[in-house]
Design a binder for this molecule. Structure first.
Ligand code: AMP
Ligand code: GLY
Length: 423
């Protein structure tokens, strides 16, 4: 079978790596891919913001299955377009992807189905924000309604800050159309959890849970990023909690979407806050998480291809995945300055030595390959990932590997999974 993966990050590298292990996969393509992916798949130039470009790639390679990594092509309707042409593609339709592409839609949906989430208000003007703010306690979370590549959420210590963050979003200067509508939210406290399930539109199968580390700095300081590291262990969510999340979050979402005529197929990523009042939904993503996919797939022992096909063909069952009891950790190495401005084209050293450490796989995100060497080409550059029988060893391995890698301005957090290790 020929498989095409759409995207160019660490998540897509992990998908390519895992799909290649399927005995039924003969060839993997990636559009557009990156320097590291090019070692394992044939990369083809493509613009993920442009459906015509993705259709052209698929016409060229004629894949038996296409797997979509990022949210943007999903929100543009790549699944609808490929399905209309009779091509097999994994992921939700444009209508179903609205759970991620519109935060106001997601919040009203959560409310309709009594799924626990933070108290909120949807505002279309600064006057509406000013009228709603007295009903909130500071801190207040201000969110742009549309897709904002991780930059659409501001946690404001005061209501004045919240008003000015909302005004900035309405101005359209930083986030464009994504900020034309704003969601105000109560600020929740607790541990964050990424709980992903595979759905076929009716049934769901849970993946192992992971914890992301969103802030740029150690101790969860500094601005939010796409994710600076993640880990997954068997103990992160126990079986009763998994069942609770399936019953009170994942299944009601899938059932609700079907009832509303927008059947949800693909990965449903539930971003949760584990609060004193119980788990509450922070957000949905309509795709695999990045970097969560790297440690999650490191623990997957069954065939990923079979699971993705079960979603498309409507035969998902709860036991579709077989997982290792091992722990896994991913540490993201980023360009100096990220998530602000940064320079590109820095030569990356030490990749081979890092990859030789037991249980380690270095996934590439923003890299290019030139004359046998790798250079930085994005904010998040690498996802150094390890697997080991226990979390402590996985942490030791991942940091031993990261310390072997260097490029000018390289940054990574030194405390990924440290709170879980202390527990
Ligand atoms: P989102 O894109 O909605 O997940 O927001 C990005 C990040 O902002 C989340 O991963 C949380 O760290 C934080 N966040 C979002 N909503 C809230 C909230 N209601 N309370 C506290 N933190 C939040
Ligand atoms: N790591 C968060 C995300 O994939 O959106």
């Amino acid at each position: 079978m020929k498989v095409l993966v759409i995207g160019s990050g660490g998540r897509e590298h992990a998908l390519v790596w895992k799909l290649r292990q399927s005995p039924r996969v003969s060839q993997v393509y990636c559009a557009p891919g990156n320097g590291g992916i090019a070692e394992e798949a044939e990369c083809l130039p493509a613009d993920v913001k442009n459906l015509d470009s993705l259709v052209a790639v698929a016409e060229q390679v004629r894949p038996d299955l296409t797997v979509v990594g990022p949210e943007l092509p999903l929100s543009l309707g790549v699944v609808d377009e490929f399905t209309r042409r009779g091509w097999h593609i994994f992921g939700p339709s444009k209508a179903a992807a609205k759970l991620e592409s519109s935060k106001s839609f997601a919040k009203e949906f959560l409310q309709r189905y009594h799924i626990p989430t933070a108290h909120f208000a949807i505002c279309d003007s600064i006057d509406e924000v000013l009228a709603a703010l007295p009903h909130f306690h500071a801190p207040v979370v201000v969110k742009a309604d549309g897709l904002a590549a991780g930059k659409g959420v501001v946690i404001c210590r005061t209501k004045e800050e919240a008003a000015s963050a909302a005004a900035e979003m309405f101005s359209g200067k930083t986030l464009g159309e994504a900020g034309r509508r704003v969601v105000l939210e109560e600020c929740l406290q607790g541990d964050e959890l990424s709980f992903l399930v595979l759905s076929d539109g009716e049934r769901v199968a849970p993946l192992v849970a992971a914890q992301d580390h969103k802030r740029i700095g150690d101790g969860d300081t500094g601005p939010n990023t796409g994710g600076m590291g993640a880990y997954s262990t068997a103990s992160i969510v126990d079986e009763p909690m998994t069942q609770w999340l399936l019953q009170h979050v994942a299944r009601p979402v899938v059932t609700g979407m079907k009832a509303e005529g927008a059947e949800y197929k693909g990965i449903l990523y539930c971003g949760l806050m584990m609060t004193a009042r119980g788990p509450m939904v922070l957000e949905f993503n309509c795709r695999f998480g990045d970097p969560e996919t790297q440690p999650i797939l490191m623990r997957l022992e069954s065939d990923l291809l079979e699971a993705l096909e079960a979603s498309i063909e409507g035969r998902v069952s709860e036991g579709d995945f077989r997982w290792s009891r091992d722990a896994s950790v991913c540490v993201v190495m980023s360009s100096g300055g990220y998530p602000g401005t940064y320079e590109l084209g820095k030569k990356i050293m030490g990749l081979e030595d890092a990859g030789k450490i037991e249980g380690v796989k270095v996934f590439h995100a923003g890299t290019t390959r030139r004359d046998g060497a790798f250079f930085t080409a994005g904010g998040r550059v690498l996802g150094v990932t390890s697997r080991a029988p226990d979390l402590e060893t996985a942490v030791d391995r991942v940091y031993a590997a990261a310390s072997k890698i260097g490029f000018e301005g390289a940054h990574y957090r030194k405390d990924i999974a440290s709170r879980a290790v202390k527990k």
